[in-house]
Structure formats: C-alpha cells, structure tokens
Design a binder for this molecule. Structure first.
Ligand code: NAI
Ligand code: MG
Length: 500
C-alpha cells in the first residue's frame, strides 16, 4: 500500500469506530449516560466536530463504581490466579498491537499529535507497558520478618502480604490519553484491583477503543469501567465516591491539590502526577550538534504538551548564542500541520482552551520584557496551531519562567558558573524532571545528585521506561508510577503476626 492509501484505510478504520461508539463502559456493557447527554469531540487541526460521546455524570459514576466494587469483592476476577491476570494483560497488549495503527490514527486525530509519534511513542509505549505490568502479576510478594517480642515460652512467626488496594478511580489527562490510561490500568489489573477510568473530556476516543479491546481480551464485567465526561462533574464524583479506595490522577497541580485534599478527608489512597517546569542544562563542554536538537526536542516534542517538557533552558555563557540560534532555526523551520498528515512536523495544541492559555503566556512573556527570537504567534487562521517559540532575556521571577505553559514555548538563559547551576535549576516550585547535557561524566553525576526532581536525564530527555519509577518532587506530585513502585501504590501491605 502506498502512503496515501494506507492513511485512507486507517482513517476509514478510525471512522468506523467513531460512528458506532460514544457510550460509557459500565459492567461490561456499553450504555448511554443516565442524563442522555452527550458532548462534542473536536479535531484540533480543523476545529470541526469529530463525533459526540456520552457525558457521564454523578449517576453514571455511581453505577460504574458499584460494578467495580462488585467485581472486586466477588467475581471471577477476585478469584482469578495471578497467572490468569497475566494472561489477560498479555492478551490485551496483543490486541493493542494488532490494532496499533488504528489507535495511533485515532489519537492523532483527537489530540492533534503527529501520527508517527502516536504510533511510536503512545501506542508502542502502551503495548510495552502492558506487557511489563503483565509480568508483575505473578511476581508480587511480601516478606518474612524476624521479631524481637519477648514473651516467655512463646515463639512468633511474622510475614507480610501485598494485597490489591481495591476499587481505583483513575483520572487521566489529554496529552498522552492512551498511554497514561495504560499506566494506570496496567498496575491496577496486575495487582487485582478494579477500575473506573475517567478520560479527559478533550480526548476520549482511544480510551473507548481500548475499552472494546478490554472486553475482547476477556476481562470479566465490571473490572474496567470507562466513564467519559467532564472533570468538575464526573471526575469530582469519582473522587467523592465512598466505594472508591484509591484515586490516581495525572493533570494540573491545581486540580491535583483539590483531589489530594478530598482524598485526605475520606482517607482514600491517592497518587498525583502533576505539572512541571523542567530545566535543561547545557554545559560548555558539550557538542552543540547534540545539544541543539536535544534541547529543541525536549520542549517541542508533542507540541510541548508534556509534563516533563524542558521549558527552562540554561546554557553555558560560551555556547549561549550558538545554541539559541540553533534552536531558533529548528523552531522557524518546523512545518506545522494536522497530526494525521505525515508531512507535518508539529501538530496543533489540543483545544481552544489550551491554545488561548499558551498564547496568553506568550503575550505575558513579551509584556514582562522577554525577547522572542523565534515564533511567538498562532500559525494560520484555523486549528489550534501555535508556532514553536523561543524566548530570551526573561528574568527568574517572570511568569513564563515560573508557571507551567504546556505548549511549545522555551525560555533560554545563559549561566556563568556551573557552581550556581543546581541552585538555579532548583529555583522552581516544581520537581518533575531535568536534563543535563555534558561530556563530563563527573559533572553530570554530581549535578544529578543535586537536582530536586523525580527524573534526571543525561544527554537525553523525555525518555521513559516501564521499569523506571516516574513522578515528582515538590509540587509535581506524590507517589511514583512505573516500575515496582507502581505495584506498591496499587497494593496495601498487611502484617500477619502469629504466636506459634
Ligand atoms: P486538568 O487538571 O483540569 O485536567 C486533567 C484531568 O482531570 C481531566 O480528566 C479532567 O477532566 C480532570 N479534572 C478536572 N477537574 C477535576 C476535578 N475538579 N475533579 C476531578 N477531576 C478533574 O487539566 P487541564 O485543565 O486540561 O489543563 C490545565 C493545565 O494543567 C495545563 O495547561 C497543564 O499545565 C496542566 N496539565 C498537566 C498534565 C500533566 O501531564 N501533568 C496533563 C494535562 C494538563
Ligand atoms: Mg482544568
């Protein structure tokens, strides 16, 4: 098939799916919202309506949660062996793989991201992550522990069990809709939890397609429920529902704090993966030919709609002009267009709201004295396209230096001495990630220790692996996803002490 026919075929598969499914997955069945309401899903490249999906509300969340509760307490699922759960997760990964191109097309259409990245990063990441988590299902263990309790003529035996935490409410954002859904569903299903997934209102389509594949894989009814709807209604109802044991949230720090407070009141378990303002540090010993595309990709990948986006770029004095002009050239040469068009190099932002927010920050940056050396405007007059933008001359207290923009906007600043760079990098309320670009191994190791962030990359950025813990210091969140840490956050540890 040539490229054009291939795209047409994929579009056709995506369209077939879109035309038949806009419902909620509750207890193994596709249902309308109790209110009968629907909302529009928008193509951010054209601003046109792709389709309508059910607008789940409080009543739907209640039905979904009851189904999840029942499935957790008493069902084929609660009696399933770890190997059974592993097989189902592997089956699901196979089905995602078999439908990978269609899922990538849907993701690209709905979010605006490049279809190539949707396939290589989002969908491939989902497949790899589900397979990784499938492996954990059979490897969950407690410990046996010595005790020192001194009671005459009595011996003790102590051990711990790791048991699934229960019913999990999982609220995901729109920047990596399928992959983040998998990050939440994978460990929950590996450990034996049940789930209510609430996709972001902007991007419900791949979650719904995943729901079909979950049923096809053979997960029992009620194990995974999917309720599309808005944050303030469906999302809030999930957080407040008394039958939910744990909330896992990825999104804004603002909403994360609301959710954290609400979970504290009901003592639900909670993990929060929030915003960032990640520094990219370019030392004077690095090859600019590596650092320039590296730093550009750190911010421009996925239109900058990445929680770990390298939005604060600190460059050694000596290399400042060279690196800034290199990144500005990349920005100016980037071809913006629909993500579904394989010739595009950057897609639109996800929504009107995000488009306005990012343009607002660019405006603010100019007003606060920043100099725009590339971009700085919307692109075209249709679709939510924002030019990749490079700012210089921005002070440490300027809004665009402190707040998460979540768009293709980078602020570049020179630094004089490497002795100061850790303090400069840490001058933020966030702490999600950072990258160091240097050929000096000792420097990179020393700096990596000093940076207050959940992930530090050296000579790379935005690389994520299922086995590597991921999460934030400071206001970037609480808890870790991926790796064994994820298994821990979906289980409770129980101590059993026996007098023998
Ligand atoms: P948001 O935090 O409002 O939305 C994320 C998810 O939370 C969505 O599913 C939404 O429906 C849900 N939600 C919203 N309000 C809720 C509530 N009161 N209770 C329960 N769930 C709720 O993020 P939004 O408004 O889409 O984007 C705002 C900013 O957040 C972005 O500009 C960006 O800075 C940041 N963000 C960070 C992300 C990350 O990966 N850490 C992802 C998305 C946004
Ligand atoms: Mg919001």
């Amino acid at each position: 098939m040539d490229q054009k026919t291939n795209i047409a075929a994929l579009n056709e598969a995506a369209r077939r799916f879109i035309s038949k499914r806009g419902k909620l997955l509750i207890d193994g069945r596709w249902e309308d919202a109790a209110s009968g309401k629907t909302f529009d899903v928008i193509d951010p490249a054209t601003e046109e309506v792709i389709c309508k999906v059910a607008e789940g509300g409080k009543e739907d969340i209640d039905r979904a949660t009851r189904a999840a509760r029942k499935a957790f307490d008493d069902s084929a699922w609660s009696r399933m062996t770890p190997a059974g759960r592993e097989r189902l997760l592997l089956k699901l990964a196979d089905l995602v793989e078999a439908n990978a191109d269609e899922l990538a097309q849907l993701e690209s259409l709905n979010n605006g991201k490049l279809v190539m990245y949707a396939r290589m990063v989002d969908v491939q990441g989902t497949i790899d992550f589900l397979r990784y988590m499938a492996g954990w299902a059979t490897k969950i263990s407690g410990q046996t522990l010595d005790v020192s309790i001194g009671i005459p003529n009595t011996e003790f035996q102590a051990f711990t069990l790791r048991q699934p935490v229960g019913v999990c409410g999982q609220i995901v954002p729109w920047n990596f809709p399928l992959a983040i859904a998998a990050w939440k569903l994978g460990p929950a299903l590996a450990t034996g939890c049940t789930c209510i997934l609430k996709p972001a209102e902007q991007t419900p389509l791949t979650a719904l397609r995943l729901g079909e594949l979950i049923l096809e894989a053979g997960f029992p009814p009620g194990v995974v429920n999917i309720v599309t709807g808005f944050g303030e209604t469906a999302g809030a109802a999930l957080v407040d529902h008394p039958m939910v044991d744990k909330i896992s949230f990825t999104g804004s720090t603002e909403v994360g704090k609301l959710i954290g407070r609400a979970c504290m009141t009901s003592m639900k378990r909670v993990s929060l993966e929030l915003g960032g303002k990640s520094p990219v540090i370019v030392a004077d010993d690095v090859d600019p030919a590596m650092a320039i595309p590296g730093a550009a990709n750190a911010i421009f990948f996925n239109q900058g709609e990445v929680c770990t986006a390298g939005s604060r770029l600190y460059i050694a004095d000596k290399l400042f002009d060279k690196v800034v002009s290199g990144i500005a050239d990349i920005a100016k040469g980037t071809k913006l267009g629909a993500g579904t068009d394989p010739s595009s190099q950057m897609g639109p932002l996800v929504s009107k709201e995000q488009f306005d927010r990012v343009l607002g920050y660019i405006d603010r940056g100019r007003k606060e004295g920043g100099e725009v050396v590339a971009g700085g405007q919307r692109h075209g007059n249709k679709g939510y396209f924002v030019q990749p933008t490079v700012f210089t001359k921005v002070g440490p207290s300027a809004t665009i230096m402190r707040e998460e923009i979540f768009g293709p906007v980078v602020v570049a600043s020179p630094f004089k001495s490497v002795d100061d760079i850790a303090a400069i990098a840490n001058d933020t309320s966030y702490g999600l990630a950072a990258s160091i670009w240097s050929s000096n191994l000792g420097f990179a190791h020393r700096l990596a220790k000093r940076i207050k962030a959940g992930t530090v990359w050296v000579n790379c950025h935005n690389l994520i692996d299922p086995n590597l813990p991921f999460g934030g210091f400071k206001q970037s969140g609480i808890g870790r996803e991926n790796g064994p840490a994820a298994i821990h956050t979906y289980t409770e540890e129980k101590t059993v002490l026996m007098s023998i």
